[in-house]
Design a protein around this ligand. Sequence first.
Ligand code: UGA
Length: 429
Amino acid sequence: MGSKIAIIGTGYVGLTTGACLSHLGHRVVCADVVPEKVESLSRGEVPILEAGLDELVAEGIEEGRLSFVLGAEHAVGDAEFVFLCLPTPQGADGAADLSFIKAAAREIGPHLQADAVVINKSTVPVGSAGEVAKKLERPDVHVVSNPEFLREGTAVADFLHPDRVVIGADDPEVGKRVAELYSALPGEVLVTDPASAETIKYASNAFLATKISFVNAMAAVCEEVGADVVDVVRGMGLDQRIGDKFLVPGPGWGGSCFPKDSHALVRIAENHGYQFGLLRSVIATNEEQFGRVANKIARFTGGAVEGKRIAVWGLTFKAHTDDLRDSPAINIIRRLLEVGATVRAYDPAVEPGTTDARLAGIEIVADPYAAVDGADVLAVLTEWPEFRDVDFGRVAGALGERNVVDARNLLDGAVLKAQGFAYDGIGRS
Ligand code: UGA
């Protein structure tokens, strides 16, 4: 028989964690504050695009191990383990905003059973386990850090096949209890103190962002010296000390985690007297990359995009997700709109008519051909594989000018050039 678990927050992390833990045989109650969301989840309707999640939610409901309730206090009464999976957005000063976590801790404190374990899964600043403990006002309850390393789009697979599970607990016995929840999974379980576990999460995301900024900077060098960054990465990646993962150049990194976590780590370091110059440069290189892509687009229109029509393929921050948070594509589009361009965009995960402030000023169309109709430049900003299968003969006929900026190196530049397109990728000529 599995453990009794409550999940507070049914966003990308909470819902994936809840569905996967229920798949592993635990009894899971997920709480949220939005009544419509609780109702639709209870019917098995998953509001986000996440491979395999629909199936696991349906399985959990059907087998009676997964349920959804309104309000955190109603989920925890019975629970041996309570996962806090709440947003920690970037505050005005760059630091993570803990208000959702603290409010939830205050709310659930009086309802927890003795000896329950409250687990911080959200990415929280070092020291947050202690902060949560204070808000709970329950000395008989334990607080543990158990950061998630899930990538959106492959979160279910990442959960079920982790490289590692990190558990930060002051009391090793409590750490063991949490480790038991994952005992059916492969991957090493590392039990540390809470501060180290919290730091591992920030260090991992900051390091991955550093790799990407490094390769984007190398791509700029490649363009100047006439090298091909794809070959350069292949050559680097074969060195086992380096590896080839997270070295794919692109329009810059984005999403709901890297930007906020890298800024938060700069702030955490600063608050403790260390100026994290390296990480500041990583962030600055990323901002530069958005500008570099916008400039590539402008170069095709003679340096200025005012009055020009730009077709965009891809709005989400990466492929296989419908998430628009801190999307590089949108950052780049904003830069174009600010200087007077018109943007018509297609994304397989964004419907025309979607009302979202982030999409203001962008015309969204239902297919890739409608986007390119009469455009001066086509910019590929998200790496949806289906863009490779588009009929480029038709695109050539529809475009006003046959210019392609491929910010993901997704397309075959040589083939496009042979078809009469002017093509510019990242880090290759
Ligand atoms: C990231 C981490 O990869 C997860 O381990 C972590 O759990 C998660 O943040 C989190 O903190 O919650 P995610 O934001 O879903 O996951 O997306 P990634 O796949 O890491 O991509 C982040 C950004 O980097 C995207 O904009 C992507 O396009 C870009 N990227 C990624 C590159 O430009 N090149 C690469 O080689 C890899």
